[in-house]
Design a protein. Sequence first.
Length: 242
Amino acid sequence: MKTIPTILTTLVVLAVCNGEEHHHIKIIEGGIHGPATTTRYWDCCKPTCSWPGNIEYKKPVKACRADGVTAQDPENQSGCIGGQSYVCTDQSMYAINDTLAYGFVAAGFSESTTLENMCCACVMFTFKDQGLENKKMVVQMTNTGKVGPEEHDMFDIAMPGSGVGYYTEGCTTQWNSDVSNWGDQYGGVRDEAGCYKLPKELLEGCLFRFHWMKGASNPDVYFQQVECPKELTDRTGCFPLN
């Protein structure tokens, strides 16, 4: 897999159309790309890219107070470990049309790419299976990390009700909602009915998995680095280095 080059000069424009909607996705030639696996999560924790120390050269990803809307001080500790800073409610997946969706992911790469040059970068997923072959997803990285040298690149798609994972306290403290309402610790709610146990603010983000994604579970993708759409950077306030 390639690292992000310092200077990117060539962009390939991909038009994604449905009805009257027309979205130009700019693929960055020479950017990161390759096959990857996906998982899903929603732990309510402050994103790692919200810490100023992880992205010294740009504004960090917006983190929120417990209401999921009001911006929190970027130096405030994560609500998952005793602080009062959480992921913002609008940093979840949403459909643009039947074949295109925008959203946010945690990303893990098998090669030595640093947190600094991956926070807030965007990629486009082309799905390989599970009935999603005609769909594309453009996502911004708000959490980054590493995977083992023998593992594939991995993206953890942020969707409410998709499993709180290791940090089991974040969603309960943010929403005063028992952890049992959030489904399986890894995987989350099992059906649409489970989405209705979540706070109403998160309902649409949860239903996205069962509607736009047709209930697909951890589909494989091919990813390409793209120029971040304004709709995503407006939500996070964070722009990639390039």
